[in-house]
Design a protein around this ligand. Structure first.
Ligand code: MN
Length: 318
């Protein structure tokens, strides 16, 4: 049994409630809703706090981290809500405004929501003088541009000799870590840490205002993940959600990471003889079932994130 508490905006809590429509239980006093899944009991409070309790609270909490409130949003909401005060420690992780217009490092990952394929993570160093040109080039959040454009922009970035470090967590290793008890959040934290460290080694003391990580969990949680592997947060590390919208370095990282993910999907598709689909939809379940029928179940461990619900659904499609 475990327990996780995290804070979300009222908008996200509304979204959660809708998502758990089929699993709602009677609402306790002071709460917005309570839901029960096979992994956890989820209770959302008016203060914005959400409690995940049960056998696998991490599984439910993880789903919502990408939607989490930035410290600024939470503070704004907190001002309208006397119960919702922001934990002080979080604000120290929020980047100074000067970061976005100065030389800095940004890091982002890709593939975490896709059943097939690896997680790729990329840290990029952008010099102050390059920011305007990169914006002009069209470098932006990879989620809003087509695959074709992502591939082209990634090539352009590499050709510009922009310093970066890229890491691919292949499915075999991912599944091994997962069965050893690593959450996806811990894998991501360690990946970000590794790419940033290796990028810093390449930079040879070039100046930077700070390191910005696209936030996927509360910064203290990130720090705890590192600590569990004997690592600590590097100096001047900051976190914010939707960082790619503010930082050209994070946007560049998101482009290179996504392009690498797409190349890996091409490679794995060719290896397996099936076109591997992105995402985690029903069509993905069906494709996984076709692959099991043709190649056997064991092969999934080399091309997919086995703990996703898609594995079970694919097997029930056989
Ligand atoms: Mn991201």
């Amino acid at each position: 049994m475990g327990q996780i508490t995290e804070k979300f905006t009222s908008k996200i809590i509304k979204k959660m409630k809708k998502n758990y429509t089929g699993s709602l239980e009677s609402t306790p006093q002071g709460a917005v809703f309570r839901a029960r899944t096979s992994d956890a009991v989820i209770t959302a409070y008016n203060s914005g706090k959400v409690l995940f309790q049960g056998a696998r609270p991490e599984k439910e909490a993880e789903k919502w981290r990408d939607h989490q409130a930035t410290p600024e949003q939470a503070a704004r909401e907190g001002a309208n809500n006397k119960n919702g005060s922001l934990p002080k420690q979080h604000s120290t992780f929020y980047p100074p405004k000067t970061l976005f217009t100065g030389s800095h490092i940004g890091s982002d990952e890709s593939g975490t929501g896709d059943y097939f394929g690896p997680i790729t993570t990329c840290a990029v160093y952008i010099k102050k003088e390059q920011i305007a040109d990169l914006k002009e080039m069209g470098i932006q959040d990879s989620k809003v541009i087509s695959d074709q454009t992502i591939r082209k922009l990634s090539k352009d970035l590499v050709e510009l000799n922009i310093p970066y470090s890229l890491m691919i967590l292949h499915n075999e290793k991912y599944n091994k870590l997962q069965t050893q008890g690593w959450s996806q959040g811990k894998m991501k934290a360690m990946l970000h840490h590794s790419v940033i460290e290796s990028l810093l080694a390449k930079l040879d003391s070039a100046p930077y205002e700070g390191i910005l990580i696209d936030q996927f969990c509360n910064p203290p949680v990130f720090r705890n993940h590192l600590a569990s592997e004997g690592k600590s947060l590097l100096e001047k590390t900051y976190f914010m959600t939707k960082a790619e919208d503010y930082s050209i370095a994070v946007a560049a990282g998101s482009v290179i990471a996504r392009a690498s993910f797409l190349r890996e999907m091409d490679r794995l598709s060719e290896m397996i003889g099936f076109d591997l689909l992105k995402g985690a939809s029903q069509r993905v379940d069906q494709r996984a079932a076709e692959i099991i029928r043709a190649k056997g179940e064991a092969v999934l461990g080399r091309i997919a994130k086995l703990h996703f619900a898609n594995t079970k659904k694919a097997k029930s499609n056989l």
